[in-house]
Write a protein that binds this ligand. Structure first.
Ligand code: ADP
Ligand code: TZD
Ligand code: MG
Length: 584
């Protein structure tokens, strides 16, 4: 620990005996506990080592990682899964910066998270006198956080934590930074007074009821539609309004398309699910209702050829209804004819109360055309999945994963990579809400092992991670963490020897190509090094056996699934965003 400050912050009494005194460490712990925040994802060191120890002693779950980025991703997804801010705890400057990536990720994906970092002495930092791990962390966090606060006095900890919680979960959720300078922790104040400074946040994410007029406008538009479509995004999954959303779709009979992390909100096998006819419904729809989904790059900005527009920026002619908690989201890419601002539970309930009084199903020519497309695409896919090539390819391996997930619908599926991501998303059906967690809005690599830890800890369900070999490398060292906490996680590495594929070569013959890795790498040995189960699988049968065994045993398992190194495509499904590939 750094300097120990005698005491400050409280006016009246001088503490006369040790047990009537509390300190900054304790108040942080008490403030978190008081608000039901019982899990910390972090990495110890100056000045927060004692905070991790004392939090653990006080009954909080403290999960210690090998790199702060992974702890941060764990906290971010815990926020998504629980609607409570996930807490990431780091040391100053470098630890803080390592965690910052995840904070930005939380903000971009609308996940509630609080990054708490210890920081160095304010006076020295502000005069830039070269303190240990000196950095103006608050200033650096601000641009990527939804909000950022610093607490200087122990009797402000209660307010600091309360503000951080409200900022993280209210309205559009996001990442919040809380800066706690080293000196704060050792400040002691009278225990009774300290207790009174704590705040139990009342109604941290208040309901936001939509204006009746906006609800009517939206329903009028939807009623007049000949080819309506509902798009469910991860905001809809986050909102935990599962039965309302199911009712809306089933009562209206409108086909829907789930975005990646909204898969399973209704089972992907639902008759109204249009996933297998995506490239038919997007250009074909005349009215589209977005529920917790932004018209960003993942939806081609609501225009262009994907939507039936002539050129890449041309409007396809759709009218849009957008249900979102953020009043600023509408019109961000194309005109939104009927914005409905509110929380998804309240908005969908408002729709339902109107719809209950009768709703005509969409015209049969639209729904039957979708059905036809689905049937033919599903049949084509089934044919591909049934093949058993040697070496194994993405399809034959994922056909196994598809069966395992079907048999274990409560398991959480973590997914990252390029081809390993795109193929899994389209091949593996999800059956329940919030079971699929992946690379999110930025399409980032590195979320894998942090997500596995948090998913196992907060849901107490088995976790299956389908990882590209490159993707896995970003957080691979956390297999030790999985073993240390003995978490029921089954990792499958789709090992195609590299980024996208393993076949590139250096034209000069000097080095390996930038996209390729050591051929035939044995990632399974990595898991064995820490006492977990490692399996080398070269056939679908071996993969199936190993996955079944992993789920049954609940032991941390890593299956190195050998995939044909020629099988992938450059950038997976987003080749068009790749400038060099476009030129070819
Ligand atoms: P996807 O990537 O699945 O399309 P996005 O992350 O783009 O989803 O969109 C999620 C949207 O959901 C954001 O615009 C966010 O404001 C919104 N959102 C998040 N939580 C809620 C909620 N409880 N009620 C309404 N909207 C929400
Ligand atoms: N760095 C980060 C943090 N995020 C990224 N998305 C990338 C780099 C670029 N990138 C992708 O977009 S996918 C990918 C990288 C490096 C890895 C793809 O290789 P993989 O998957 O082995 O994980 P496939 O199955 O071989 O395609
Ligand atoms: Mg790969």
């Amino acid at each position: 620990m750094g300097t120990v400050e005698p005491q400050v912050a409280s006016d009246a009494q001088t503490p006369d005996s040790k047990d009537q005194v509390t300190d900054g460490f304790q108040l942080v712990i008490d403030a978190l506990k008081l608000n039901g925040l019982d899990t910390i994802y972090g990495l110890p060191g100056i000045p927060i080592t004692d905070l991790t120890r004392r939090a653990q002693a006080a009954g909080l779950r403290v999960l210690s990682f090998r790199h702060e980025q992974n702890a941060g991703y764990a906290a971010s997804i815990a926020g998504f899964l629980t609607q409570k801010p996930g807490i990431c705890l780091t040391v100053s400057a470098p630890g803080f910066l390592n965690g910052l990536n995840a904070l930005a990720h939380a903000t971009v994906n609308c996940f509630p998270m609080i990054l708490i970092s210890g920081s160095s002495e304010r006076e020295i930092v502000d005069l830039q006198q070269g303190d240990y791990e000196e950095m103006d962390q608050l200033a650096i966090a601000k641009p990527v956080a939804k909000a950022a606060y610093r607490v200087l006095h122990a009797d402000d900890i209660g307010v600091g934590v309360a503000r951080a919680i409200r900022a993280a979960v209210s309205g559009r959720p996001g990442g919040v930074y809380l800066d706690l300078p080293a000196k704060l922790f050792a400040q002691s104040i009278d225990a009774e007074l300290g207790k009174k400074t704590l705040i139990k946040v009342v109604d941290p994410a208040p309901k936001q009821i939509p204006a009746p007029q906006s609800v009517r406008r939206a329903l009028d538009l939807l009623k007049g539609a000949k080819r309506p479509l509902i798009i469910l995004g991860k905001g809809a999954a986050y909102a935990q309004a599962d039965s309302e959303i199911k009712n809306l779709i089933e009562k209206t009979g409108i086909p829907y398309l789930p975005m990646s992390m909204a898969k399973g909100l209704l089972p992907d096998t639902h008759e109204l699910c249009a996933s297998a006819a995506r490239s038919f419904v997007l250009p074909g729809a005349d009215v589209v209702m977005l529920i917790g989904a932004r018209l960003n790059w993942l939806l081609s900005h609501g225009k262009g050829k994907t939507w039936g527009g002539k050129g890449h920026k041309d409007w396809g002619g759709q009218k849009f209804i957008q249900v979102d908690i953020s009043p600023q989201e509408a019109d961000s890419n194309v005109r939104i004819d009927a914005p409905v601002v509110g929380d998804i539970g309240s908005c969908v309930s408002a729709f339902l109360s109107e719809i209950n009084s009768g709703w005509a199903k969409p015209p049969a020519d639209w729904t039957s055309a979708i059905q036809e497309k689905k049937t033919s695409n599903v049949a084509k896919m089934a044919e591909t999945l049934a093949k058993n090539p040697s070496p194994m390819n993405f399809h034959s391996a994922l056909s196994v994963v598809r069966d395992i997930v079907k048999a274990n619908p409560d398991a959480i599926l973590v997914n990252e990579g390029a081809n390993a991501l795109d193929f899994t998303r389209s091949i593996v059906d999800m059956y329940k809400p919030r079971k699929r967690i992946d690379v999110g809005t930025w399409g980032i690599m590195g979320v894998g092992m942090g997500y596995c830890v948090a998913a196992a800890v907060v849901t107490q369900q088995p976790v299956i991670a389908i990882e590209g070999d490159s993707a896995f490398g970003f957080s691979g060292m956390e297999v030790e963490t999985l073993c240390r906490y003995n978490l029921p996680v089954c990792i499958v590495i789709m090992n195609n020897n590299g980024v996208y594929k393993g076949t590139d070569t250096d034209p000069t013959g000097r080095d390996p190509a930038p996209t390729v890795f050591v051929k035939g790498a044995r990632y399974d040995k990595l898991m064995e090094a820490f006492g977990g189960v490692g399996v080398h699988a070269t056939t679908p049968a071996e993969l199936r056996k190993a996955m079944e065994q992993a789920i049954r045993s609940k032991k941390p398992t890593l299956i190195n699934a050998v995939i044909d190194e020629t099988a992938g495509t450059e950038s997976g499904r987003i080749t068009s965003l790749n400038p060099s590939a476009k030129k070819k």
